[in-house]
Ligand binder design. Sequence first.
Ligand SMILES: [Zn+2]
Length: 481
Amino acid sequence: MRFSSALILAACLVAAGCTRLTPEQQLINDSAKALGGVEQVQQLTSLVLEGDGTQYNLGQDVLPGASGQTFTVTEYKRTIDPVAGRARTELTRTPNFAFFQGPAPQKQVQGLDGAVGYNVAPNGMATRIPDAAAGDRRAELYHHPLVAVRAALDPAANLANLRTEGAESLIDVTAADGQTFTLIVDAATKQPTRVQTRAYNTNLGDVVIETAFGDYKAAAGLTLPATLTTRTDDFTTAVVRVANQAVNAAGGDLAAPADAANAPAISGIPPANVTVEQLAKGIWLLAGQSHHSVLVEFSDHARLFEAPQNEVRALAVIAKAREVLPNKPLTHLINTHHHFDHSGGVRAAISEGLTLVTHAANGPFYEQVASRPHTIVQDALAKNPRELKLELISADTVVGDDTQSFTLIPVTSAHSESMLVAYFPKDRLLVEVDVYTPGSAAQSFAAKFKEDLEARKLRIDRIVPLHGAVAPYAQFVKEAI
Ligand SMILES: [Zn+2]
């Protein structure tokens, strides 16, 4: 049998020995050739992508599953050093919708240097991000075909589970650094079409992050995709349109800034601090950090507004509620809206036996939240499974007994179309979140919310926000413009 010298060379490069290629190695070899050559891919030391694009608003749009809210991304520049495991993305994003933080463009700098993930604020200050988020960025390194195929060519990589689905070949890769990903290749052209990695999301549990590669064209002496589309499961989170790419050019200093590199690692979720402030008889504000809850006492039980952020916060708030009212069973969690930062503790509340009360439009979402697998991280509900008990609110609903009552009011806002606020008539309190944040520079939703309240002719003395400090109604009237 005769082999061409080119094939023998390719085999030597891939297998680090002049043996016959396995089908797995052959697929990777063919993919490298489709990108411009095995050697060219192996010699990748840096990649710079410049362009623009679109970001979507997963977990923060007006309804669960909605994707109408977008940011226009400009001045996008992503630099990757696959050898050192470093990357930095700089971009400016401008919201195309009524954004909580206001309409101004935001500049973002996000980096990774080995185990250290960091963000750089517009004032130049770098902060280290939690290890879990840095891990997501490490996986993201492989969401480009050059980096993925380079890693798969490494003799130290493990290639497994080669399979065909439709017109694509799929292969599971464990890179030399231990990162696993699935590389998906067009069976005809051998160009990589997608890379998938698995990740853990507090609200959604186990998810697949996928980047699809489109619009391949000649660039930097290779054949590279000009469109990168990233999804979390079925939800598109970002589209990048690459205008310029450079391979092995000087990419600038990708080392983590000293402030971040020298900061201690943040592993796990930091502990929660829960403060207690009595607002009226039988009503307490449980605050202490960025996201608050409210505890309400009835004659024979108690109810809680909001299990925000994550299970550490939610379980601490629930424990504090039981400490404040040791003889009143905590029965219900009222969720203000579906946004991930306000629903990250809902599963923990379900695990504690609380009945979930939410706007009717959020019902299917929470049924999914309660039932999705959480195997990458076993959260409180995965460890202590309970049936979801759900009460859906679609019209004004009075909750009360002889001692206490409030009205749950569905609210539609450009912030969320499936919100609940609560009015306490006896103490003239109104509990809300995000449609008005006292003292905040941006009040994107307060004016419309004020109109809604005025139309109801409610007599309100104090606004009890679940962000920020309790405010007299007069302050709300002044700021809601
Ligand atoms: Zn929100």
